[in-house]
Write a protein that binds this ligand. Structure first.
Ligand code: NAD
Length: 336
């Protein structure tokens, strides 16, 4: 049984903890938090050992029992998943080194925070036995899952992606815009392309970003020039075999992210999470060597199964990427 500590119990951290709890080969060693807010009370109610990142006094004041400091949690963990805000993870790297505990960072960190930038479908093996890995951002995860099978089956000459990004997560009350459409970042290419190249160093990719007033999901407008000329049906068949790509059929009547989220809430998914890329099947179109499609990415959720696979890769407990992905999917309910 792998003991997994989670440092930072916010949007991503609480989902990773709950996902760890579903896995037959893992258990939550504990979660570290800074403040005794509502997420701390949820962690407590879930029965997770709560560790204080910045001293125990605020937790004592709120009547929440802690099991120790973040140092104790790192010591008690076989692997730590750092889900602190972007940039904070790098400041925690020495803590994990000090305890000789393998660590997983998130996409908000610079790539040099870890030995490898990780996506289970694209480069699981690169992280096997590494001391550290960085699970790439929600957008990069969504693009890596899509580009990996396209590269393997058809070759990719160039990818051009426009990312229409959610303004913020539902809990991020300070984010926006609330009534505008922003080129964001205004520089071209946006930082997303270089981030995808941390997974596929030889990929030719240009990305442009926009921000819009929604908290639901990101939407990608995708154009990939392939090396060969498959039919649209062949591409649909290829993508349909990928377990973390959901081809949204026309018959479901899903016209946007709102209905995707409604669908997963109706299906009883925890927090209505959408772990898969959602590709509108009708949009998958090939003209010559150019593939076009639209996909939606749930920013709060798609990196969660990837973190679970990264834990297995670092700990070298699983024979292959396929085995880990299947185990994660089965336990979490990905693809159901
Ligand atoms: P968040 O702000 O929701 O959660 C971070 C948590 O860490 C908060 O509870 C915060 O109080 C806590 N924290 C802050 N400093 C800490 C410290 N020193 N020690 C322990 N805890 C600390 O952030 P998030 O959205 O979960 O993002 C976490 C990471 O995941 C970032 O790198 C981000 O870029 C990445 N990411 C976020 C999303 C997303 O859409 N939310 C998607 C993919 C990746």
């Amino acid at each position: 049984m792998l003991h997994v500590g989670i440092n930072g119990f916010g949007t991503i951290g609480k989902r990773v903890a709950d996902a760890v709890r579903t896995q037959p080969d893992m258990t939550v060693a504990g979660v570290a938090k800074r403040s005794p807010n509502f997420e701390a009370t949820i962690a407590h109610d879930r029965g997770y050992n709560l560790y204080a990142a910045d001293g125990q006094a605020p937790f004592d004041g709120a009547g929440l029992t802690t099991a120790g400091t973040v140092h104790d949690m790192v010591e008690a963990s076989d692997v730590v998943v750092d889900t602190t805000p972007g940039g904070v993870g790098a400041t925690n790297a020495s803590l994990y080194e000090e305890h000789d505990t393998p660590a997983i960072f998130q996409g908000g960190e610079d790539p040099d925070v870890a030995d490898v930038s990780f996506n289970a479908r694209a480069n699981y093996d690169a992280a096997v036995g590494a001391d550290t890995a960085r699970v790439v951002s929600c957008n990069t995860t969504g693009l890596s899952r899509l580009l990996a099978p396209l590269r393997e089956s058809y070759g990719v000459e160039k990818a051009r992606i426009t990312l229409v990004r959610r303004g913020g997560d539902p809990g991020q009350t300070s984010r926006g815009p609330i009534n505008d459409t922003l080129p964001d970042p205004v520089e071209i290419p946006s930082h997303h392309g270089p981030d995808v190249q941390t997974v596929f160093p030889d990929l030719d990719i240009d990305t442009m970003g926009m921000k819009v007033p929604t908290t639901q999901m990101h939407t990608h407008s995708v154009n990939v020039t392939l090396d060969s000329e498959p039919t649209s049906e062949e591409v649909l068949d290829l993508l349909g075999r990928e377990t973390r790509l959901f081809l949204v059929p026309e018959t479901l009547g899903i016209d946007g992210a709102g209905k995707i989220k409604e669908y997963t809430r109706d299906a009883g998914r925890p927090r209505g999470d959408v772990w898969e890329n959602c590709i509108w099947a009708e949009s998958v179109t090939v003209e010559g060597r150019d593939l076009y499609l639209f996909q939606a990415i749930h920013q709060e959720a798609d990196v969660v199964p990837e973190n679970i696979d990264a834990v297995r890769a670092l700990s070298e407990r699983t024979a292959s990427a396929e085995q880990s992905i299947e185990r994660t999917n089965d336990a979490l309910g990905v693809g159901r």
